[in-house]
Design a protein around this ligand. Structure first.
Ligand code: SF4
Ligand code: F3S
Ligand code: FES
Length: 248
């Protein structure tokens, strides 16, 4: 069964733009990205959208649909009423390049700032042995498809451009937590999480967890445990004393 849907889509570039109205055909089983492709093919050939896999795995097609961050390729049209106007806008936290395409280089910059996996010098590759529980813990975090919807929705940077320099966002605080939990990682990640990547800015609103298309429990399994690790380091007088003595 086909029907005509009403879409309002953000068009513009260089900080300027407006919502444009379209009426477009929808067929059974289609997703929002299908409709955007139909608009490109029929009414708006220059409508810009980033996508790649159309299978929820590349993380490219992040956008805001009716104000909520979603993957265009995983949002079924059957989610909406047929007479509903569907508003599609680019992710708000990142600068718009054109239409629905944002410049997400903030995220790659933050990724580069995190020191890489640092195994002990005396353990050679092939000698690493991990308990299954540690494997499973990091496997959850490695399901991340880098759609950056968690960073997009976090209020720390969504409404405060000035915080971007000091805050890596949930995706990369999760990466730090993953490395800190790795039994073979010997880098000291606790102080940099707090001081350089803004872990303290996170006040556990859990909006990041709510939008994650991979259903990663970012807040409960990465951010809160990382906060606990930092607190143990900073406020446990015995840990503090032990560090002092060892550093002498
Ligand atoms: Fe996307 Fe989830 Fe990864 Fe964040 S943690 S970038 S929401 S997949
Ligand atoms: Fe932001 Fe997630 Fe913390 S949305 S405030 S990083 S719990
Ligand atoms: Fe790859 Fe949507 S196109 S996640």
């Amino acid at each position: 069964m086909s029907y005509k849907a009403k879409f309002r889509i953000w068009r513009g570039e260089g900080g300027e733009g407006k919502l444009e109205d379209f009426t477009v055909e929808v067929n059974e089983g289609e997703v929002v990205l299908d409709i955007i492709h139909r608009l490109q093919a029929t009414q708006a050939p220059d409508l810009a959208v980033r996508w790649n896999c159309k299978a929820g795995k590349c993380g490219s097609c992040s956008m805001e649909i009716n104000g909520k961050p979603r993957l265009g390729c995983m949002t079924r049209m059957s989610t909406f009423a047929e007479d509903e106007t569907i508003t599609v806008t680019p992710m708000r936290t990142f600068p718009v390049i054109k239409d629905l395409v944002t410049d997400v280089s903030f995220n790659y910059q933050k990724a580069r700032e995190i020191p890489s996996f640092t195994p002990p010098a005396d353990v050679k590759p092939g000698e690493y042995r991990m308990k299954q529980i540690d494997v499973e813990r990091s496997q959850e975090f490695r399901k991340c498809i880098e759609c950056f919807m968690c960073n997009n929705v976090c209020h720390v940077i969504r409404d405060h451009e000035e915080n971007k320099v000091n805050f890596a966002g949930p995706r990369f605080l999760m990466r730090i937590a993953e490395l800190d939990m790795h039994p073979y990682d010997v880098a000291d990640r606790k102080d940099i999480a707090q001081d350089d990547h803004g872990l303290g800015y996170c006040n556990i609103t859990k909006c990041c967890t709510e939008v994650c298309p991979e259903h990663i429990k970012i807040t409960d399994n990465a951010l809160i445990p990382m906060k606990e690790r930092v607190v143990d380091r900073r406020y446990d007088p015995l840990v503090w004393l032990g560090n002092k003595i060892l550093r002498r």
